[in-house]
Ligand binder design. Structure first.
Ligand code: ZN
Length: 483
């Protein structure tokens, strides 16, 4: 049995407060300060990245959902605030906002949206929960007496999850549902998120009718499933009144027809092509192409190519890529796929040629930058791979994935000190200080490296040990204040 992530997140928040943040009393009296919110969110996000099996570490999908989300954020009065959007592979219809601007979207919701404006409307609603600090305001209404109980339950749930103890899990899920009930957003917060979300949607140039249409479909879907309602309905109770309210506002706004972006179609095609067995995926997309049952031929052929690649029919996948080229399809996702296909066919030189020209057209596309380093390594050009990674890290110094590729490249070159040094940065960026310290200790003992390299390892190790001591002390202080 899998817990509703949202319940877990809400439960985790007090645990984090008690771990790293000194005074629970103040937190429950006043609204959570922004900094505290950010820290709670960061800490939950780290946990999701490391332990949540459904977390999608797909740079293309992540780039898309962040572009869409940030387009909406840029229209809000909190455009300066940091936001991060991420996707969970989960068929239920859900999206949720965590403290600190982290917004999660289930793949089920992306696939259920019939237009990009519909998907944007849910993001806009969630963004508004964040900009209005609804979660923090809701948490701060919890009485002091409830916080220790929430804390102990969060610990129990985490323990049950990591040991997959099913009986304890089932019991906890029942209690978690009860507590989540108390933590659900109030009707006022929902109405406020609807109203502000609609404004964001309008200002960002989407079709505002998408919001009422999608929410109405979500509600119908909920009725169909009755008490087993999909997650989004449980955390955001939809009422006829809310939908009517939205429809009234929309009536006053100008009509606008907004076409979906190609990326929206490609992301959906990729998610579908990844579902089920490769043979099923091929059959589904082949039928759509044959019967011309699609809104975007390019996205459908891309889906077919992807499914064929999964089925290891590389020649068939290449035929679809050739057809996409004939139709002059222009997208970083298509170029990335074409390069991946060349690598699968053991032709790294062709992959590199595709990636080099794609990076000129889409210089900010992270997935292409990663693929270039991988392709150089596959071709045995480790020095060039190292140069490409170093160039890239100048621009994106906090990109954990690229630090990981750098470590892989050093390993290919047999440079052990530098390999562990780069791997340490991956852990630092993931918020895992102890494994980072271990890597630096391995670097010290690696038996290679010059004087300068050793001294940078030594000084980085000192820094991290200080940081670790500080965090350990804060955790201890926090625990002492918890009854
Ligand atoms: Zn809501």
């Amino acid at each position: 049995m899998r817990y509703k992530l949202f319940a877990l997140l809400l439960l985790l928040a007090p645990a984090v407060m008690a771990e790293g943040l000194p005074d629970l009393g103040e937190a429950s009296q006043a609204e959570l300060p922004l900094q505290m919110e950010k820290r709670i969110g960061e800490s939950i996000m780290q946990d999701i990245r490391l332990h949540e099996a459904s977390y999608m570490d797909d740079p293309e999908i992540s780039a898309y959902i962040n572009r869409l989300g940030l387009r909406l954020v840029s229209q809000s009065s909190s455009a300066h605030q940091d936001f991060e959007f991420f996707v969970l592979k989960d068929a239920t219809l859900n999206a949720f906002a965590m403290p600190g601007g982290y917004i999660g979207v289930h793949t089920g919701l992306i696939l259920a949206a019939q237009s990009e404006s519909e998907l944007a409307s849910v993001l806009a609603h969630e963004i508004s929960h964040v900009t209005q600090h609804h979660l923090a305001r809701q948490l701060s209404t919890q009485s002091q007496a409830q916080l220790p109980m929430l804390l102990s339950m969060a610990v129990a749930i985490l323990a049950a999850r990591s040991h997959s103890d099913l009986s304890a899990g089932a019991m906890m899920a029942g209690q978690a549902a009860g507590i989540q009930q108390q933590l659900n957003y109030s009707r006022d917060f929902e109405r406020e998120a609807d109203r502000l979300g609609l404004q964001l949607l309008e200002r960002a140039g989407f079709d505002v009718r998408g919001m009422a249409a999608f929410f109405e479909r979500l509600q119908k879907f909920g009725r169909l499933y009755d008490n087993n309602a999909p997650g989004y309905l449980r955390t955001h109770p939809l009422t006829t009144e809310r939908i009517a309210d939205m429809e009234n506002r929309i009536r006053l706004m100008p009509y606008r027809q907004v076409p979906d972006s190609l990326d929206f179609q490609l992301v959906r095609a990729k998610l579908r092509a990844e579902e089920g067995t490769p043979a099923d995926a091929v059959a589904e997309f082949a039928a759509q192409v044959k019967e011309r049952k699609f809104t975007s031929e390019i996205a459908t052929r891309y889906g077919l190519a992807f499914a064929l690649w999964r089925a290891k029919d590389y020649a068939g996948a290449q035929r679809e890529v050739d057809e996409l080229r004939r139709q002059k399809a222009s997208s970083a996702m298509i170029e990335g796929f074409a390069a991946q296909l060349c690598l699968s066919r053991n032709d790294p030189a062709a992959a590199l040629a595709i990636l080099r020209s794609a990076l000129l057209r889409f210089p900010q596309e992270r997935s292409l930058a990663y693929a270039q380093v991988e392709a150089l390594l596959a071709q045995g050009q480790a020095q060039q791979a190292l140069a490409a990674a170093a160039d890239d890290l100048q621009m994106y110094p906090s990109d954990a994935h690229m630090h990981g590729l750098q470590a892989k490249t050093y390993a290919a070159l047999g440079k052990r000190l530098l390999q562990h040094r780069a791997q340490a940065e991956v852990y630092v960026l993931q918020g895992q200080l102890l494994p980072a310290i271990e890597q630096l200790q391995l670097a010290q003992k690696a038996g290679d490296g010059d004087f300068y390299e050793h001294s940078t390892v030594d000084s980085r190790l000192r820094e991290l040990k200080l940081l670790q001591a500080k965090e350990a002390k804060e955790a201890k202080d926090g625990k002492q204040q918890t009854p």
